[in-house]
Design a protein around this ligand. Structure first.
Ligand code: DQA
Length: 136
């Protein structure tokens, strides 16, 4: 099984960024533990701060991977274009958030992705990614 984790803007700063909300582990360190934990899964990781690059990656993997785990970060709440890309591709997408977006500001309660996602996992810290992998 081939899965990819796609992380959006500012998630390259995990570990440094608002640790009270997002924890103090970098994604790179966490990703190494994911590869150890899921040795039988072909796992890839991609991060970009740019909307168009995230869309290009969705197009690239969206017809030949078994699953996409997408934390589009703030673009979740703003990007019609990423929502359209998720709708356009064939590979199922699980929307993931580290924090519980529904317990935060109102603008985080909207998702342009959720409607076309296989499911949404939000609020379990980095464990949200583990739950998403296990959902495939
Ligand atoms: C986030 C939640 C978003 O609202 C926020 O903009 C992020 C991270 C999360 O993983 O909790 O950057 O997607």
């Amino acid at each position: 099984m081939k899965l990819i984790i796609i992380n959006g803007p500012n998630l390259n700063l995990l570990g440094k960024r608002e640790p009270d909300i997002y924890g103090n582990r970098s994604f790179e360190v966490f990703y190494e533990s994911l590869k150890e934990k899921f040795k039988n899964i072909e796992l890839e990781y991609y991060q970009s701060n740019l909307e168009g690059e995230i869309i290009n990656k969705l197009h690239e993997v969206g017809f030949n991977y078994d699953g996409i785990i997408l934390n589009a970060a703030a673009y979740t709440h703003t990007s019609v274009a990423i929502g359209d890309a998720v709708k356009a591709i064939e590979t199922p997408v699980v929307e993931v958030h580290i924090s519980n977006v529904h317990a935060r500001e109102n603008f985080r309660h909207t998702s342009f992705i959720a409607k076309n996602a296989k499911g949404v996992i939000s609020g379990f810290g980095l464990q949200s990614y583990i739950l998403a992998i296990q959902s495939f």
